[in-house]
Design a protein around this ligand. Structure first.
Ligand SMILES: Nc1nc2c(ncn2[C@@H]2O[C@H](COP(=O)(O)OP(=O)(O)OP(=O)(O)O)[C@@H](O)[C@H]2O)c(=O)[nH]1
Ligand SMILES: [Mg+2]
Length: 313
């Protein structure tokens, strides 16, 4: 046994040997992983812990499967629901911690997240629900992941730009989505750009993938790029915000109606109340920036982001 293994690691290994249940094994292996010095001399041990961790997780999954409830389906809230996909340790949970009030567990070892955790991200006055998911990995992927993705409006791929395995990991995720007949993520978030050469690594990744995905550079540690991330998610969702106002009154900008781009004045009226929609004759259109200024528009007029509508019935 290498001499540099500390007492914490040895205690964890002891715990592992005495573990009775899959759950106890996982807990002990996680401690072993966290306390193992990570260098060339321990590479074999690292691989071994990862393998045992993955096996123990599979085991615990099988046991729970018979009476599993659909805990993985997070009820949609906010304007849209977006799930975070990615390889282990890319920083999905860190991202949810950084841009929402939720606190999913973050840890330096892989396969930390086992359950979906939702959190609400604000882009200006729009709330977008992010859902942290367990990793997608050839060693082990939670069997309910495809349903969780299907249940959401869209998915974002989060990768660690410094991880030399990220190209293979992206390929694996793309192949998994194809197999499940699910669409590709609509955005690639290149995380951990604060690390040495992080920017360069991001540029290299973006060069390869920007034809397929818009790429955003972020660091959940320093916060760099997080406002761009929120804007990109909003933009890729193809949403428009519509405010309503009464004649002679000001619009309330705090809670927009959120519509899909391409929807019309009539669709907007339906969001407000179906009676409005049925009886709607026309609307007057205003814009925050002073454009339009009360222009009369018919029911089929396609609305734009931040349009203000005054309905006339
Ligand atoms: N330097 C740096 N470290 C980060 C950043 N984001 C996450 N980390 C670290 O990366 C490790 C993994 O982060 P997590 O958020 O747990 O990763 P995850 O993708 O949720 O991992 P799994 O749940 O195992 O799939 C932790 O040690 C984080 O502190 C970042 O932007 N910069
Ligand atoms: Mg996680």
């Amino acid at each position: 046994m290498p001499a540099n293994l500390g007492p914490d690691y040895l205690a964890a290994e002891q715990e592992y040997r005495h573990a009775q249940t899959a759950h106890e094994k996982i807990a002990a292996l996680e401690k072993m992983w966290a306390t193992l010095p990570k260098h060339k001399g321990t590479e074999k041990m690292q691989a071994d812990i990862k393998k045992r961790l993955s096996q123990a997780r599979k085991e615990s999954q099988k046991k729970g499967a018979a009476h599993a409830t659909p805990f993985y389906l997070v009820e949609r809230e906010g304007a849209r629901q977006v799930v975070l996909l990615g390889p282990p340790n890319s920083g999905k949970s860190s991202l949810v911690c950084a841009v929402t009030h939720a606190h999913p567990e973050v840890a330096p070892y892989p396969f930390t997240t086992r359950m979906p955790t939702p959190g609400m991200m604000n882009f200006e006055n729009v709330q977008i629900q992010l859902v942290d998911l367990p990793p997608l990995d050839p060693e082990f992927t939670e069997p309910w992941i495809p349903q969780a993705i299907r249940n959401a409006n869209a998915s974002v791929m989060v990768v660690d730009v410094n991880d030399p395995g990220s190209l293979e990991e992206i390929e694996f995720i793309e192949a998994s989505l194809a197999e499940w007949k699910l669409p590709l993520p609509f955005l690639l978030a290149g995380n951990q750009i604060d690390k040495p050469r992080g920017r360069e690594n991001f540029e290299a990744l973006a060069d390869l993938y920007q034809d397929r995905y818009p790429c955003v550079a972020i660091s959940t540690t320093t916060g760099v790029g997080l406002p761009d991330f929120a804007r990109a998610v909003f933009g890729r969702l193809n949403l428009v915000r519509v405010y309503t106002k009464a004649p002679g009154k000001k619009a309330d900008y705090s809670s927009p109606y959120v519509l899909q781009r391409g929807e019309t004045v009539l669709d907007a009226a339906r969001h407000v109340h179906k009676d409005f929609a049925e009886n709607l004759k026309y609307a007057r259109l205003f814009h925050k920036n002073g454009e339009h200024d009360g222009l009369m528009v018919d029911r089929q007029h396609v609305v734009d982001d931040e349009d203000i509508l005054e309905f006339h019935i």
